[in-house]
Ligand binder design. Structure first.
Ligand code: GLU
Length: 400
């Protein structure tokens, strides 16, 4: 009897995690590597949040908590949803997990039956399809077109819905493109969903606070209150509060779904780290004044990277509304050969040769379901970004 399961054979290891790991290993081995793979802020967790965690340790808040989180954090999350999104949730409608990833995973495990379909706009964050597959569901992709900044249209969504559709997964601003849907664009999608009452909506709002040029973030249940009863609004503290390693994600939704997700979590990890939960209470209830300057800093970095990449012949880089990613197309470079002798026939070959020949680590587009592109995370210093863009420019100039 084989050791490994059929379910395992359906999924791949996370490519974003793999690139991040590889860049760290190469650096540790003394190589001159600039890591633009990891999607995490380069600045430190704010001091008040760290202090809250240290105080929690000293106060002995180091024991098991309720499986899906402490009441204080659930209340802070309810206040956040009311304050920032105009959404009313009670603590019993809130779940807290070990990162946004576990929230999504729990939701799929709690709801999918074999054959259930989940509509995922492409390009998508690498883990969505594999989580659906782990839950025995079937991912259904809709490709965003480059002309629309990789956003999907209401017509595409309507055409993808079948009687088997269980979820529509909505992520704005997007990982990997940074594209953000305006209120009107989102309303057009929610109008479609209102015509299909069997479809549930899962959001990934992780990049809510990283929006530029006056872009107004909005989330489906806010834009269309008629969807509230079948929407799971997911978010987390990782990106906005520079807390990726603390692993706190959360969601608000109908109690029946939240209860089901708690059941899954109680049989897997049980509660998210108690100390991280107390840190997250401070993140959400404490001062929010650093969010705007951080977003301003990311916008400046976005502009730096977009202008450098767009100046390269053969690369086309749309200007994204948010997140800290750009997703340039390399369609104009395919078929050429690198100075090191690699034929650039795919975006995977491009990313591999770029790393080997220049030390710049990016994630190839096929990992996100739309090629030929690559993703840059610009959540790193201006100096590193400037040097990386210089190396990418030289690499592309060396293609024959
Ligand atoms: N969301 C981040 C990224 O896309 C974190 C890494 C991951 O878990 O995929 O890079």
């Amino acid at each position: 009897m084989p050791l490994l399961s059929d379910t395992l054979a359906r999924v791949k290891p996370s490519p974003t995690v793999a690139v991040t790991q590889l860049a760290a290993e190469l650096k540790a081995a003394g190589k001159d590597v600039i890591g633009l793979g990891a999607g995490e802020p380069d600045f430190d967790t704010p001091e008040n949040i760290k202090a809250a965690a240290i105080a929690a340790i000293h106060a002995g808040k180091t024991k098991y908590t309720a499986p899906d989180g402490i009441i204080e954090l659930k209340q802070a999350i309810c206040a956040k949803f009311a304050r920032e999104n105009g959404l009313t949730y009670q603590p019993a409608q809130i779940t807290i997990s070990t990162g946004g990833k576990q929230v999504l995973y729990n939701a799929f495990m709690a709801t999918l039956n074999p054959g259930d379909e989940v509509i995922i706009p492409a390009p998508y964050w690498v883990s969505y399809p594999d989580m659906v597959l782990l839950g025995q569901g079937t991912p259904v992709f809709i490709e965003g077109s480059p002309e629309l900044g990789y956003k999907i249209t209401p017509e595409q969504l309507d055409a993808a819905i079948t009687p088997k559709t269980k979820w529509f997964l909505f992520n704005s601003p997007s990982n990997p493109t940074g594209a953000g849907y305006t209120r009107d664009e989102l309303k057009a999608l929610t109008d479609v969903l209102m015509r299909h009452p069997h479809v549930w909506v899962m959001t990934d709002d992780m990049y809510e606070h990283l929006a530029y040029d006056g872009f107004e973030f909005c989330t489906p249940a806010q834009v269309e209150p008629g969807l509230y009863e079948r929407t799971l609004t997911c978010n987390g503290v990782s990106k906005a509060y520079a807390m990726t390693g603390w692993r706190i994600g959360y969601a608000g939704g109908p109690k029946v779904l939240i209860d089901a997700m708690r059941k899954i979590q109680s049989q897997s990890t049980n509660n998210p780290c108690s100390i991280s939960q107390w840190a997250a209470v401070e993140a959400l209830n404490g001062p929010q004044d650093f969010l705007a300057p951080n977003a301003e800093m990311f916008k400046r970095r976005r502009d730096l990277v977009v202008s450098a990449l767009d100046a390269i012949e053969g690369i086309d880089c749309p200007v994204p509304e948010g997140a800290f990613y750009v997703y340039p197309s390399i369609a104009g470079l395919l078929g050429r050969t690198s100075a090191g002798g690699t034929l650039i026939d795919t975006d995977e070959a491009f990313a591999k040769a770029l790393l080997e020949e220049t030390g710049v680590a990016v994630v190839f587009g096929a990992a996100f379901g739309l090629s030929p592109n690559f993703r840059i995370s610009y959540a790193t210093s201006d100096a590193a970004l400037t040097e990386a863009c210089k190396r990418i420019t030289a690499f592309c100039a060396g293609l024959t």
